[in-house]
Ligand binder design. Structure first.
Ligand code: ZN
Length: 132
């Protein structure tokens, strides 16, 4: 089963330090021809998949680290975008606003489809198509 992940990024300005940074606004998975959209937060319970994406983002894109960060708004930690210079969390409302300026940055081809198929199943089973 072939899997490809299309990664969309957008420029944003950090709410904390004011620096220009980039965030992942959208992810589109193509699993055996079926497309499923998801966001960084949907990977909260799939750290190994988030890692697979994070390790393939070229540094020149200026995208902050994708990792678990505690959120006061959500009352829990979740997989999130962050500021490249200062690592401040970018909550999901920033992703929604930045989406107007997003562009397709790269496509990654994960070596194994198994974990990604689990993610599609969970997204399809959720009420609103998201896991967070
Ligand atoms: Zn910052």
């Amino acid at each position: 089963m072939d899997v490809a992940i299309n990664i969309f990024v957008a420029p944003s300005q950090c709410w904390s330090c004011g620096a220009d940074t980039s965030i992942i606004t959208n992810l589109m998975m193509d699993l055996a021809g079926e497309e499923t959209a998801f966001c960084v937060g949907d990977l909260t319970d799939y750290p190994e998949l988030a890692e697979e994406i994070a390790t393939q983002i070229p540094p020149e894109l200026g995208v902050g680290a994708t990792k678990m960060r505690p959120s006061a708004t959500m009352g829990r930690a979740y997989m999130s975008n962050g500021c490249a210079p200062c690592d401040a969390i970018f909550g999901m409302h920033y992703e929604i606003h930045a989406r107007y300026d997003e562009r397709h940055a790269l496509t990654i081809l994960p070596s194994a489809a198994a974990g990604w198929a689990d993610l599609v199943e969970a997204l399809n089973a959720s009420d609103d198509g998201h896991l967070i």
